[in-house]
Design a protein around this ligand. Sequence first.
Ligand SMILES: C[S@@+](CC[C@H](N)C(=O)[O-])C[C@H]1O[C@@H](n2cnc3c(N)ncnc32)[C@H](O)[C@@H]1O
Length: 285
Amino acid sequence: MNKPINSQVSKGWDSTAEVFAKYISPANISTGFSTLFAIDALNATIEDPNKEMTILDIGSGTGGLSLYGTSKYKNARFISTDFSPKMIQILDTFIKELNIQTIESKVMDGQNLEPIKDSSIDYTYSIFALIFFPDIVKGMKEMYRVLKPGGKTAIGSWCLDSFLIKVFQQTMDELLGNNSFKQVALSLSDKQVFEDKLKEVGFVNIEIKRVQHPMEIQETTDLIKMFSVNPVYFDCLEALPDDKKPLLDQTIINVSNRLLEGHKRNQNGKLELPSFAYIGIGQKN
Ligand SMILES: C[S@@+](CC[C@H](N)C(=O)[O-])C[C@H]1O[C@@H](n2cnc3c(N)ncnc32)[C@H](O)[C@@H]1O
């Protein structure tokens, strides 16, 4: 297996935790960008919102899924896990601020959930997190192991035509040559591969749903502020030869402007970045 890159190690995500928390926090509990996809995953799997249940979020970041979940699922207990101590530290401040008793947070690698017992969880989720694991199947096997029989899982993955994915791909194609750079986050961007991996692990009643929510920005230059501490951006930077590194930011802006040509601003005066994801759903037999 290749050496893990920035977006596959906890330090890489520690560095973006504070910026991440600006978008996923108690101030935007049901409107945070990735939370909108977490809500899709919850809605696609939980039939009875009043049921007593244990919900495990893997790669929770600053806790978007659980923070939203406590407001909707009154009889649920949440376990929010992430391998980035900084993400969990910020989630802990949110839990304290809101005086939430039903979210337990843990620093944990999603490829090894050992402290969590077999067949003890009703629902497992991983929204745009498992896609970064060096061993995707190992992560899925752990989700399967901890689920009760009949329990359900939902995993969020970006689609190839999502704006941010396209920006990074076209930028790197322009700087390095076509198809020389492969984004780790695209590990489950092929619907058939996604389905096959869930099947391989043993999940049944598999469904891959395509969903979309726009990301709003004021100007394309804002992307650079957002990316400047992001491990995915550092993966790109490190893949470039020294003479191309200084061109990365401007190329991202040029590609973004090109992709948004002809797009009108929305009623809030913002640019909407089309963002598509697959939610892969499976059930334990
Ligand atoms: C793009 S963020 C998504 C966070 C959150 N799920 C959300 O949707 O807001 C990816 C998260 O996955 C976490 N992550 C990546 N690899 C991981 C691993 N092997 N084990 C646990 N967490 C991991 C990162 O630390 C980061 O918080």
